[in-house]
Design a protein around this ligand. Structure first.
Ligand code: FES
Length: 96
């Protein structure tokens, strides 16, 4: 059964009606188009799906979307400030 999940995504209040068992990674990529968060192992080992959850790094591939209700998520797309790339974003650009 779908639920409305409300949270803050890259500084913007957001809500989505969705099956609460879907992973945050899948929701970010397919529902919000935030493809900077990558799928690697899908088991919480590699870190390619890492996002900030209330300023703490978490693996989004194993995190149910229901666990982020009322919390703040920052993806790599949300790291830039004042039009300038964050050092992590710049590293991705520099290293392809
Ligand atoms: Fe590897 Fe999430 S995809 S830790």
């Amino acid at each position: 059964m779908e639920q409305t999940i409300r949270f803050t995504l890259n500084g913007k209040k957001t809500e989505i009606l969705i099956d609460p068992n879907f992973t945050l990674l899948w929701v970010l990529r397919t529902k919000f188009g935030l493809t900077g968060t990558k799928y690697g192992c899908g088991m919480g080992f590699c870190g390619s799906c890492t996002v900030l959850l209330d300023q703490e790094a978490v693996r989004s591939c194993t995190l149910p979307i229901s666990d982020i209700a009322g919390k703040k998520i920052i993806t790599i797309e949300g790291l830039s400030k004042n039009g300038k790339l964050h050092p992590v974003q710049q590293a991705f650009v520099d290293n392809d």
